[in-house]
Design a protein around this ligand. Structure first.
Ligand SMILES: Cc1ncc(COP(=O)(O)O)c(C=O)c1O
Length: 385
């Protein structure tokens, strides 16, 4: 293979995760698949069509750049929503492509109206409310002015949504804050309605609120991490599995991603020799080692030096010595049959064993979210059944 490693995207795992999410939200609620962060590392270009095949027709991205990638591969009826960064001049492109975007400040709102007038197409906006995250969103005191502007410019604006984002619904320690946010959202939506402004849909929940606070589900949910087969955190997983109906069940989510490489070469090392740079690993016996062309430039963190594991022939084998820029050395002394070209699994399953992102992330003290998005954009993605 030309590339030292590749990412496989499992179509059946996506289908199964989407089915699970749909069971939770019911038939009437729309599912927006969140594909920011290069589809959480899975690759927008590869992931979006697979999610479309699983019945998803609405995608949430962070930026205009990501919207462009989504636009390159989406079906004509598939909708794209920008939840974060878009510079005012790019609004014209978004309006023209019927890409909706969040509006959380007057500057963007006014610019959207101007561009909509100029090109004769309505700007499709989601009015974001500041309910307590304190990141982006209109404050309650600004709503009257927002509503006045929207009332004046009705023909140039399509109000696709009222929305907000919760401040950590995956942890019970934020319970009161989340309850306040739910309350604030309702009050703000009702206030807008009382000014004569209605949205096509209300959407507030991402993965954790959808599971932990069913009140947040409303008309649409914006789901990221769950669709890729990961829980927002351990607490949410435990909360879910401890519910009566779920006791004695297996984890309903399936990992979508598999990170594969190959054995680049093998060799013997005599007892007493140091392996790879420096002196961090000394062979305590005669050893057989394999080099694998995955290093910190591919997102395999240096902190996995002498700690990480990969799978070869279905067995976990340890990284010995430091992680290099482009490769690692692993101890295959217990696997006499291993040869150049054999499959290596960096993340995923091989025979009866697996390296989960969780274990990979825990070794490096990273969240699933962070480890996923660090998987490099330039590794090839291959969709497999
Ligand atoms: C505005 C917004 N909506 C939805 C999501 C999806 O969150 P999750 O991956 O926890 O489902 C995110 C991610 O952080 C977000 O920022």
């Amino acid at each position: 293979m030309i590339f030292p490693s590749k990412i496989e995207i499992s179509r059946s795992a996506v289908k199964s995760n989407i089915r699970f999410i749909r069971e939770k939200i019911g038939r009437k609620v729309r599912l927006c698949s969140v594909i920011k962060g290069n589809a959480y590392g899975h690759g927008i270009h590869s992931y979006l069509p697979v999610a479309e095949e699983a019945g998803v027709s609405y995608f949430g991205v962070f930026s205009a750049e990501e919207a462009l990638y989504a636009d390159q591969v989406r079906k004509p009826d598939t909708e794209v929503m920008i939840m974060g960064m878009i510079d005012n001049p790019e609004l014209e492109w978004a309006i023209d492509r019927e890409i909706s975007f969040y509006v959380f400040e007057f500057d963007r709102l006014k610019a959207a109206i101007e561009y909509a007038k100029r090109i004769g197409k309505p700007a499709r906006i989601h009015v974001e409310f500041e309910t307590g995250l304190n990141r982006t969103g209109f404050h309650f005191t600004e709503l009257e002015e927002v509503a006045a502007l929207l009332n004046d410019e009705r023909e140039h604006i399509s109000i696709e949504g009222f929305c907000t984002h919760y401040a950590g619904a995956e942890s019970i320690s934020n319970y009161l804050r989340i309850q306040n946010q739910i309350h604030n959202f309702r009050t703000m939506a009702e206030t807008m309605n009382s000014y004569g402004i209605n949205a096509k849909c209300n959407h507030t929940a991402c993965s954790a609120p959808m599971l932990n606070y069913p009140d947040t589900i409303m008309d649409m949910v914006r789901i990221g991490i769950l669709q890729y087969g990961y829980w927002p955190n351990k607490e949410t997983y435990m909360q879910y599995m401890l519910k009566d109906d779920n006791k004695n069940r297996d984890n309903p989510l399936r990992r979508v991603i598999k990170w594969k490489s190959v054995v680049m070469s093998t060799k013997n090392v005599a007892a007493g020799e140091f392996i790879n740079y420096g002196t961090s690993y000394q062979a305590g016996r005669d050893m057989r080692i394999a080099t694998v062309p995955v290093g910190y430039c591919h997102g395999f963190s240096r902190s996995l030096s002498n700690l990480g594991r990969v799978l070869i022939h279905g067995r976990r084998v340890p990284v010995v010595g430091v992680v290099n820029m482009n490769m690692i050395v692993v101890d295959i002394s217990s696997l006499s049959q291993v040869k150049k070209g054999d499959e290596v699994i960096v993340i995923g399953k091989q025979r009866n064993n697996s390296i989960t992102l969780g274990s990979f992330a825990e070794m490096t003290n990273k969240l699933n979210y962070e480890s996923l998005v660090r998987i490099p954009h330039d590794l090839p993605r291959e969709v497999v059944p």
